[in-house]
Design a protein around this ligand. Sequence first.
Ligand code: SF4
Ligand code: MSK
Length: 643
Amino acid sequence: MKEKSIDPAVQHLVEKNAQQGLDTVWSRSDSQKPRCGYGEQGLCCQLCYMGPCRINPRGKSPQKGVCGASAEVIVARNFARMIAGGAAAHSDHGREVAKILLLAAKAPDSGYAIKDVNKLQKVATALGIEVKDRKKEDIAAEVAERALENFGQQEGEVQFTRLAPPTRQALWQELNIVPRGIDREIVEMMHRTAMGVDQDHRNIMLQGARTALADGWGGSMIATELQDILFGTPSPLRGQVNLGVLSKDKVNIVVHGHEPVLSEMLVLASQDKELLKMAKSQGAKGINLAGICCTANEILLRHGLPIAGNVLQQELAISTGAVEAMIVDVQCIMPSLPEISKCYHTKLITTSSKAKIENAKNYEFSEKNSLQTAKDIVREAIMNFSRREKVDIPPEKMDLVAGFSHEAIIYMLGGAFRGSYVPLNDNVINGRIKGVAGVVGCCNPKVTHDQCHVNLVEELIANNILVVQTGCSAIACAKAGFLVPESAEKHAGQGLAEVCQAVGIPPVLHSGSCVDNSRILIALSEMVKIGGLGNDISELPVAGAAPEWMSEKAIAIGQYFVASGVFTIFGVGLPVSGSEKFCQHIFKEFEDIFGGMWAAEPDPGKMASRIIDHIDKKREKLGIHKAKKRVLYDMAMRRELDT
Ligand code: SF4
Ligand code: MSK
């Protein structure tokens, strides 16, 4: 089982399921072997029914699709459609949040409220909306309406792109890739990659960049910023992570998916006195709300509620036999959940009209009846408590500190009155911190669960690179114990450890969910603004990584980081290897175009080396390179350090 996951809780439950003949993501992944090489290399096209076409550019034939499409055209279209799919998912999430903000502004009895007025004023100002002497509801309504316009507009620009450094904005204008409207760019990407439209891989990827920017600086940023207004801007708080957070004597409700608009209501419902009384009447000691995936990150960041696991642990949470209800909304929800729920007492509940699952119970969640729906769901979970049979909750759980929004980092670094990124830039310039890496993204059963995240992050912090995390990657490293301040002394290089100890932060900062990668874009822009590290994001000693990615959302994120000037490296593999020309374009030519480029490297040690090399190169260009010997720790060296 060790090749399946490095997490003992996962190993235990995967083994148990295997013994009982129950499928998990791992057994189904094994049953897909050997995988289709055409698909893995991006060389399979299904865009029209003259196909599907699978081509083999390195072999004799066929080297072209039926329509004549070359390898680079097929690979580019597939890759660009992944960007469009990812951007659509993040952005549709952002749209829902904007609608809720409008509701909160216009219907105070809706259950939603404007929690963070400072953030509201900040966001309004960024959108050019007058704030002086206006009621918060009026400002919020205008912010929401303006955000919604950003989705549907046909011309102009997605407004948050103006938060990028001026040099970056100028480059986007020069390349003609400033996103005009979020929906427009996604639609145009789908059109241009349809059969017989855009047939130049470079031109396809320019629109790929514009679509990704519409996500990172548009849909995702709208989701993050407006969620902060509604539910509060995260600040550091303690929490716990892994399946051991499930309670043996409380009603366990697990929320899973991405949009916090429902889970925020479930937080309220799970604290309702009547419902707590009802739980006791059913023999439970209380109600335990925990999360999986990014909804977990959202409720952790704002309420300190526990995380049961990352994406590959969703089935396992149910197979503890201790989950009364799993409530899902959208994205990353495995269609296998009804099957595994059937073997236990867990009620699987869908809540979005966009995402129903056959054999799951649907509670149509509308903004207008949100709290009542949440209470009904909690009631259903409570009534299910007595149906528990054999409970098998693994003991593993770990403490963590999360909530490092861009605003919280500023506060931690300088306090309420003189908070800024100056201390961060200073420490990068003086070499205590070598650079900053965003390590994000999913887990993938094609590689050992959590291992690449943990190994990569371990190497990076040992080499004085501050790591910022989101998504399932953050959950993996939290389980490994990196997300507590004490880990600085244990795992970080001397310079980084000194800074972390002085400020009281972990060397690995949890910044939130997948849409919260937009926080990293703002943080990078702030580092440029503060000065001393060049005039553009592409000059900063920073990098991005998604070591165990699987979702097309990760490709959209990768592309918006690259188009924002960041060297971005993915593990597992990338479905582009079928075209050398396309690889040359995104791995090499992109650097001249965007200042940032893609890389692919499945080995976490080599991935760390490439990130460190890149950061060293940037430091040298900035003239802040110090000739310190680089240390790449192997296991034996790390063990020595630990003693
Ligand atoms: Fe084949 Fe071309 Fe149709 Fe794709 S678009 S399936 S390559 S004929
Ligand atoms: S949940 S997109 S598996 S990070 Fe955002 Fe995790 Fe990837 Fe889903």
